[in-house]
Design a protein around this ligand. Structure first.
Ligand SMILES: NC(=O)c1ccc[n+]([C@@H]2O[C@H](COP(=O)([O-])OP(=O)(O)OC[C@H]3O[C@@H](n4cnc5c(N)ncnc54)[C@H](OP(=O)(O)O)[C@@H]3O)[C@@H](O)[C@H]2O)c1
Length: 312
């Protein structure tokens, strides 16, 4: 029998892709903000008790990194308090909570990929609230999978890819920071990896990981590393050769053929933002690879995949 899955946050980047992929794994009840507002603790409890799932997958979060500096309380309600309640309820019914966290829990002083056990030390309010969410889940005693991801983008909604494409049709040149290093990750790859892990843990094959042994934190990002500036350059280069009939591409660019000629590197100090960001936040995916035999493609391969007609 297929397991019951409660998917929370279906309108976000990862949430939309999960809504498409998780029905292959289980019987999905999908809730958007209108059906479940995460600032309302009683609604969270009611939703979980009503669906009594084997898996609770929380793709919702307060993700406005700069706005969180002046809205830390609402950010904390959604990123820390709501997951705490989900974990409490998961523990009561023996469900596993799947949750996403961020590279921004790290300060960014390292110069080699962060491991899951490296000490976190967030530099901004968003990172602090996400770290509190991780800790609340860990402290609950519920079975959990926390996937820390980074630089998430998709071919829908608001994200770095779509912003760069829009700006590239409006400006001759783009100025983008080159002293922040990370790993761009396509939301579809996060959803694919999540669905594969849930499928494997639900219908366990001999030798596959099991819950609660697999319970814990995992890094889940595109392989490799780059800067925002080099990511922008790669986007602009791909856009120049993109088929104009790619639906998402036309939506982002208005179908315009004129794409910026240059992407110029600038420093973080030349582009001040309310939230401080890590200079280096590459995450090691080794634990994910080892435990679940899941390997997310290199960030360039992920980017290539969305510029082919097949994925339109
Ligand atoms: N985006 C990134 O670059 C990034 C980087 C690292 C980690 N992550 C983590 O990855 C996960 C998925 O991120 P994402 O990029 O897919 O997020 P996203 O596109 O910003 O979507 C956020 C989702 O949360 C929902 N939400 C916000 N406040 C809510 C509330 N009060 N009640 C119910 N739902 C609410 C939103 O609903 P509405 O559509 O109604 O607003 C939306 O569905 C999050 O845990 C995030 O912290 C993201």
């Amino acid at each position: 029998m297929k397991p019951a899955i409660l998917l929370i946050g279906t309108t976000g980047q990862v949430g939309r892709d999960l809504s498409e992929l998780l029905p292959r794994v289980g019987e999905v009840t999908a809730l958007d903000r209108q059906r479940l507002d995460l600032t309302q603790p009683d609604e969270i409890r009611r939703a979980i008790r009503a669906s009594h799932p084997a898996w609770i997958v929380n793709a919702a979060a307060y993700t406005a990194v700069d706005k969180a500096e002046s809205e830390e309380l609402p950010a904390r309600a959604i990123n820390a308090e709501a997951p705490r309640i989900m974990a409490e309820e998961a523990k009561k019914i023996g469900a596993c909570l799947v949750h996403y966290s961020t590279d921004y829990v790290f300060h960014g002083r390292k110069d080699a990929p962060y491991e899951e056990d490296d000490p976190p030390n967030p530099q901004n309010a968003y990172g602090r609230t996400k770290l509190e969410g991780e800790r609340a889940i860990q402290d609950s005693g519920a079975a959990h999978l926390i996937f820390r991801t980074a630089w998430v983008y998709s071919t829908r909604g608001r994200n770095f890819l779509m912003t760069m494409l829009r700006l590239a049709t409006q400006r001759e040149e783009l100025r983008v920071v080159r002293d922040q290093i990370g790993a761009p990750t396509l939301s579809r790859e996060i959803a694919k990896a999540t669905a594969a892990i849930l499928a494997s843990l639900s219908g366990r094959e001999p030798g596959a990981a099991s819950l609660p042994a697999a319970s814990g934190i995992y890094h889940m990002t595109g392989a490799g590393e780059t800067s925002w500036c080099d990511f922008a350059s790669a986007i602009v280069e791909k856009a120049k050769t993109a088929p104009q009939d790619l639906r998402w591409f036309s939506e982002a660019t208005g179908g315009l053929p004129n794409i910026a000629r240059r992407v110029l590197p600038i420093t973080t100090s030349e582009y001040p933002t309310p939230a401080r960001r890590p200079a280096y936040s590459v995450l090691s995916n080794a634990r994910l690879n080892r435990t679940f035999s899941i390997h997310l493609p290199d960030w360039r391969t992920q980017l290539d995949s969305i510029f082919t007609r097949l994925s339109a």
